[in-house]
Structure formats: structure tokens, C-alpha cells
Ligand binder design. Structure first.
Ligand SMILES: *Cc1c(COP(=O)(O)O)cnc(C)c1O
Length: 425
């Protein structure tokens, strides 16, 4: 039986029916190329969902993981500690914009957001304000697939309809309407400001993705909006959770999405590119103020503890990825990718069925009027030698920062031709 047949019998894929749509067996990955079992090579335009920013099999990351593997692949984190985790937490506090005191490590982005929510709730309980149980966010967001995180995902394109009976109902303001490059006007924040003001005594925290809304719609909004959110949170005394799981580590052209607005969070979530895409790891950073209040209150401890917390292999990979961000010209690379995406995706705008084209940092998006037919479009990209994975009405590329101009042209060329010849045909 072929690998694909075996997969179809036993394996469940993300957001897929038991027998997934078109599937391709990948056997190796190196640099920006994925090798398929049938010998074809694909240029990767997805960075394995924002993660593989330095490309696959980067020798610096592999060496760090291999050396750590010889010492200790894992040890429980309750009552024990180790250098890879301590060093990583020290560095994340140094790197992150803001006054963070402490880092909680976990295995995935969704859990990092769950932990951020727990921290906000514990903060208010420690202060004796038990009525603060609601989160305020904006429409169009994505924060993960677990129950607490689904509840703050966009209520329409998230899974509220399906799981609503089990989701806590939170507060949603309008999606930030002001585009990244557009002049911000005060009316753009009105709905958010009104909602926060009228619920100021019930809100435990505001949560949003800085500047780029990822899986909720690949939308880029004005940094001034984010700055106004920060000001309003300060005014109302409400903590701000920034979810930088997709935007962190250079993707938007700045190290963190919040750098565009020069704001800092009270609680910050990191994940995805944290290990350069090698192993699964996420982190929740907490301000000194919030740490202090939780320590003084009941029960005094943060009530969370993943089994694989602080996995040394993942911490070693993350340390090596940070080294690469310190030593490689990623900023120039992202700038060049942005310029090239802007030029080469622009012609898509005139194709029938295209609603919008936008680029920010190493992210290029073509928004369509109608959802793509994945059964047709996915194989069409593979036939053209590229790996892209559209969702709904969005076709987008966020390649590893090390992609060459020629490979990037192949990606954008494939997007243009698949839209013209397959999607609109
Ligand atoms: C992917 C993502 C998450 C969830 O991370 P997982 O590792 O998939 O659990 C949360 N927030 C944002 C902004 C993301 O892009």
C-alpha cells in the first residue's frame, strides 16, 4: 500500500475530513526546498506556517540540537532546571520590547495564549476583583484552536458557530479598519474605545495580534491603532496581551510586530518562529507588575505546567535561532522580499476574481472574491514547483528569509499563473 493510501486509512490532518484532500509525501527539506517522495522539489512559500524563517536544516540550529541531544533530550521542569531554558528565558526578556520579568515556556502557541489568559485572570483575582472575567479583542483575530483561545478568535470565521455552547462569550470590537500604510483617524478606534469604556470593570485583559492579523484574515492594520489601544488600556488600567506568535522574529520587517508602533505588552506570547521551525516551543512573557501581584495573591503560584515544559532540545534550537537573528542580515533580506513581493504580486490585482493585494515584510497576500477550490489549486501549485497553502479566499506567501530572488520570482509567478489559469478558469 502506498504511503498516501496508508495515510488515508489512519491519519487525520489539520482542518480536514478523515480522508484529507490532495496530499503530498514530503521526505526531506533543505534550505527553501521541500523534497517529495516522487523526486519533485518544491520551493517553500509557507515557512511551515511562519516557523522556518532560516530555511530548513540550518547547520547552526542542527548543531545546537545535536549537541543538546547528547547531553539530555528532556527532563521534567518541576523542581529541576537547566541551562538551555534559563539562557533562553534571559534572552527573551532582553529581546522583547517592554519591561518583562519572567517567562513561562510551553509547547505550542495556543497553550502560550491559554497561559496568558490564565495569568490575566489570576492577576485580577489576586487583586480581589473577581468580576473581571471578560476579554476584549477585535474581529478578524486568530489566537489558537483550544477552547479559551477559540473564544477570542473571530466569531464568524472562527469556530464559534460549531462550539459556541462551550465557548465563553467575550467582547469583540470591529476589525481595525485602517490599513497599515493608511493615515489613521480617531474614528477607526471608536468602536474599540467605546467597548472598553463601557465594560471597563469587567475586562480582565485586551488581547490582539500586533499590526498583522494572521490566520483570521491576513490583514495588516495601522500601528497607530495599536498605539491607541495601548493608551486606552493604560487609561482604563487594563492589561494588554499581545499575541506575537505569527509576527515575532522579523516576519513584518521589525523584530516584533509591536516595534512598528513602539508599544509594549503587559503579557506577550511567542511561538512559531521561536525555534526557527525546528521543534515545537512557545513562551509567555509577563511584566514585573503582573508577576508581583500574582506572587502576593492567592494561591501565589501560576497554575499551569505542561509535561514537556522547557524541553531542552527545543530551547537549544530557539537559542540557535536567536543567534542567527543576531548574526545574519535578516532585516535586509525581509526588506528585499517585501519589495519584490510588492512588485511581482501587483499584476494579480487586475486578474478577474481578485479583491485585494497587500504586502508587509516577508508576507504577500492576494485576497480573492471567492474561496479557492483546494482540490484544484493545491496540485496546480505543486505542478509549478512551489509549496503554497491557501485558505478560504486568501492566497499568500511568507517564505523563509533566506529565499533567493529567483526562487521568490518562481513563487510569485506560480501565484499569478494559478490564479489566472486555474482559479479564474
Ligand atoms: C498559530 C498561531 C497561534 C496558535 O499557535 P499553535 O502553535 O498553532 O497552537 C496563536 N496565535 C497566533 C497569532 C498564531 O498565528
Amino acid at each position: 500500500m502506498s504511503m498516501l493510501e496508508r495515510d488515508r486509512r489512519r491519519v487525520w490532518h489539520p482542518y480536514s475530513p478523515p480522508q484529507a484532500g490532495p496530499l503530498f509525501e514530503v521526505v526531506a527539506a533543505e534550505g527553501v526546498r521541500l523534497s517529495l517522495a516522487d523526486g519533485r522539489e518544491l520551493i517553500d512559500g509557507m515557512s511551515s506556517w511562519w516557523a522556518a524563517i532560516h530555511g530548513y536544516r540550518h547547520p547552526v540550529i542542527e548543531k545546537a540540537v545535536a549537541e543538546q541531544l547528547e547531553r539530555m533530550p528532556h527532563a521534567m521542569f518541576g523542581g529541576l532546571t537547566h541551562e538551555p531554558a534559563v539562557r533562553l528565558c534571559e534572552r527573551l526578556v532582553e529581546w522583547a520590547p517592554g519591561n518583562f520579568e519572567r517567562v513561562f515556556l510551553s509547547d505550542s502557541g495556543s497553550v502560550a495564549v491559554e497561559v496568558a489568559i490564565k495569568i490575566a485572570l489570576q492577576y485580577w483575582m489576586a487583586r480581589g476583583e473577581f468580576g473581571r472575567q471578560k476579554l476584549l479583542t477585535v474581529r478578524g483575530g486568530y489566537h489558537g484552536d483550544t477552547f479559551a483561545t477559540m473564544a477570542v478568535c473571530d466569531p464568524v470565521n472562527g469556530m464559534h458557530e460549531l462550539f459556541g455552547a462551550n465557548l465563553k462569550s467575550h467582547l469583540f470590537a470591529e476589525r481595525p479598519a485602517c490599513r497599515f500604510e493608511e493615515p489613521f483617524e480617531e474614528r477607526h478606534i471608536e468602536d474599540f474605545a467605546r467597548t472598553l469604556r463601557s465594560h471597563r470593570r469587567e475586562v480582565a485583559a485586551v488581547i490582539l495580534e500586533p499590526v498583522v492579523q494572521g490566520a483570521g484574515g491576513m490583514w495588516f492594520y495601522s500601528p497607530v491603532y495599536l498605539r491607541r489601544v495601548r493608551e486606552l488600556c493604560d487609561e482604563m488600567g487594563v492589561p494588554l496581551i499581545l499575541d506575537e506568535i505569527a509576527t515575532g522574529f522579523g516576519r513584518t520587517g521589525e523584530m516584533f510586530g509591536s516595534n512598528h508602533a513602539e508599544v509594549s505588552a503587559d503579557i506577550l506570547c511567542l511561538g512559531k518562529a521561536l525555534t526557527g521551525g525546528t521543534l515545537t516551543l512557545a513562551a509567555t512573557l509577563v511584566s514585573d507588575e503582573i508577576c508581583g501581584v500574582i506572587a502576593e495573591g492567592e494561591p501565589g503560584a501560576l497554575m499551569h505546567g505542561p509535561t514537556f515544559m522547557g524541553n531542552p532540545l527545543a530551547c537549544a534550537a530557539a537559542g540557535a535561532s536567536l543567534d542567527l537573528l543576531e548574526t545574519t542580515p535578516w532585516r535586509n533580506a525581509v526588506k528585499s522580499i517585501e519589495a519584490q513581493l510588492r512588485v511581482e504580486l501587483e499584476p494579480c490585482r487586475t486578474l478577474p476574481g481578485v479583491a485585494d493585494v497587500r504586502t508587509l515584510g516577508a508576507i504577500g497576500v492576494v485576497e480573492l472574491a471567492e474561496p479557492v477550490d483546494m482540490a484544484k489549486v493545491q496540485p496546480a501549485f505543486v505542478e509549478r514547483g512551489v509549496w503554497l497553502r491557501p485558505f478560504g479566499r486568501l492566497v499568500y506567501a511568507m517564505p523563509p528569509y533566506v529565499i533567493s530572488p529567483a526562487d521568490l520570482s518562481a513563487l510569485t509567478g506560480a501565484i499569478r499563473s494559478v490564479l489566472a489559469e486555474v482559479h479564474c478558469a
